[in-house]
Design a protein around this ligand. Sequence first.
Ligand code: ZN
Length: 106
Amino acid sequence: MGLDILMVWHAFMLNPRNYLEDCIRFGLRNLWATGMPWPAVNTAIDTSFNYAVPKDAMDDFSGMTGLSWNNVDDLMTKVLYCPRCTHKLDIPWTTCGTDKKSSPEE
Ligand SMILES: [Zn+2]
C-alpha cells in the first residue's frame, strides 16, 4: 500500500462521522475496526518524515492522472465547460492573494 493512499485514508478517518457512515453504508465493519497501519507508514518515510518516491512511481502517477507529482507544478486553473453553452472556461483554483473579486455576472 502506497503512502499516498494511506494519507487519503487518514484524511477520511479524521472525519469520523462521515467515515463511520460510509463504513456502515458499504458494509465495511472490519475497515471501521482497523487501525492505521503504522508499520506501512514507517517503512514509507524516512526519519525526517520525508516520503521519498522513485522517479518511476512519479512518472506512473503523472501518466495515470495527467497531473504533476508536485501539485505546485500543475496549472493554476481548472478547465470547465459552461453547462449552458459548453464554452470552455479556465477557472482559477483560488483567487486568494489576487485583486480578483467575483461578480454576479461571472
Ligand atoms: Zn455559457
